[in-house]
Structures are given as C-alpha cells and as structure tokens.
Design a protein around this ligand. Structure first.
Ligand code: SF4
Length: 259
C-alpha cells in the first residue's frame, strides 16, 4: 500500500481510518475458508460435493460476521454473493486436482525477519510438489497481464522468503492461483528472494523516513477511484474529478462523431 500511495498508507496505518472490506474481498475470504477446510480433508474426499457441504456448514457463521453483516445485502444480493464465492471455490478444479495435492500446511502463520524487517503473514497453502516445497496463495480477482505479474508475485515471494526462514527449508516455487482462471507462478531461487527482500527493506526505509518527517505524498492515479479515503484527500478527489471530466468529454466527442 505504501508503494502504491504513501498518503493512503498514512490514512490506514497512522490515522487508522476504517477500510471495510467490500464484496470482492469478502467473496475471496469465504472461498478461502472453504478451500482451507477442503484441503484438510483426506485426498480422496476433496471433491466438489464435499466442498459444497463444507460451504453450507460454514456459511451461517460467516453470514453472522460483522464485516459481512455490514454490507447490508438483501436476499438476491446475498444469493449472488454465495454464487460468486462458489464459482471461486469450484474454480480450483479448473487449475488442479486437489486430490493430488500433498498438503504440508494450510493458513500457516509465519513470522520472520526479512532484510531486517519484521514480517508476519498467513500463507494460504504450503505443498510438497514433485520437485520440492511450493508456496501457494489463492486469488479470486482478475489475473495480471504479463507486465504486472512480477509485482503481484512479489507478495507470494515474500511469503516464500518467510517460509524459508521459518521452516529452515527453501521452497522451489511460489504460485498465485487465480481461481477459475489461471496460475501465475515463478521459481524460487536465492536471487529472486534476495531482490524481493531488498525491495521490502527499501520500502521499510522509505516508511521510516516518511514517518520521521510526517511527509506522505499523495500518489494520484486510476487507483484513487477505489481508495476508501478519497473523500479525505483533496489531491485524490481532484484527480478523480479530472479523469471523470476527461471521460465525459471523450464520450461526448464520440457521440458527436457517431451522430
Ligand atoms: S485518493 Fe488517491 S492520492 Fe489520495 S490517498 Fe487515496 S490513493 Fe492516495
């Protein structure tokens, strides 16, 4: 978040303004819950039918949770939410057969010091693959284009670095499973881990510098449209308005050309 926009980071982690999860994040959370339970079953029982039973069993508790309740969804919206979550769960079979996965751990809490930075995270899954240990993170959003894949992989590579330190064993692969879509992965090597950890350490230094000077520059751009703090941020609000006006002008000129 700090790399995306230091100002947003300040709102979230210094001012501690609320950032409630929206529907897409919670759909992902529910799918994670079901997949975590599924991968704890015996391999032969990891079937879509079993996943459905697990989803039904976990739904009442999830539905009663504050974050979900805060969405205030009506009956039809709630049905759509469950349908999306089920599509994400079912999407696992499009990528791999869970019955063939040798699970080492699911939802593993890892703590490590990486490049001098204290790091804590929850790894969705650690498997034993044919060539060694694999660190996997589930994703329910859209997979990145080739250009943005390395940035997305940085997070799971940090998990791989933490797992290497925490379990004293080097993983061989880090994967993002975009449920129902595709797998984005990378081999884990000393070099990839080193450069990922260096980048974390450099961001850590930048955070320290920004905190010492209380200087958190806004980094405006298309992501401002999804920023929960846009109303608190004059630069971001102005950028959103400017881009909306540009879009409206483009649409008007296209309409004129078509007319
Ligand atoms: S609105 Fe944009 S510039 Fe402002 S905090 Fe959010 S992301 Fe940063």
């Amino acid at each position: 978040m700090f790399e995306q926009c230091p100002r947003r980071w300040r709102f979230r982690y210094v001012e501690r303004l609320p950032d409630p999860p929206g529907v897409p994040a919670l759909v992902g959370s529910f799918a994670h819950l079901v997949l975590e339970a599924l991968l704890q079953e015996d391999p032969a029982d990891r079937t879509p039918a079993r996943a459905r039973t697990l989803a039904r069993a976990r739904w009442p508790e999830f539905e009663a949770d504050y974050d979900y309740a805060a969405l205030g969804l009506g009956e039809a919206e709630s049905r759509e939410f469950r349908w999306k979550a089920w599509k994400a769960v079912e999407g696992l079979w499009a990528l791999e057969d869970p019955a063939g996965v040798e699970v080492v751990a699911t939802e593993e809490k890892v703590e490590a010091t990486l490049g001098g930075v204290p790091f804590r995270g929850v790894v969705d899954r650690i498997d034993e693959g044919p060539d060694g240990m694999v660190v996997t993170d589930y994703k329910s959003g859209r997979p990145p284009s080739l250009r943005f894949a390395p940035k997305r992989l940085a997070q799971v590579l940090l998990y791989a670095a933490a797992v290497a330190e925490y379990m004293d064993r080097m993983p061989v692969k880090a994967r993002l499973l975009y449920l129902g879509q595709r797998v984005v992965d990378t081999p884990v090597t000393e070099e990839t881990l080193e450069s990922t950890v260096e980048s974390l350490a450099s961001t850590w230094v930048d955070i320290g510098t920004a905190c010492a000077a209380d200087a958190f520059a806004p980094r405006t751009g298309p992501l401002c449209n999804w920023c929960p703090y846009a109303a608190n941020c004059p630069e971001g609000s102005a950028d959103i308005e400017r881009r909306a006006a540009e879009r409206a002008a483009q649409e008007e000129s296209l309409l004129r050309m078509a007319g």
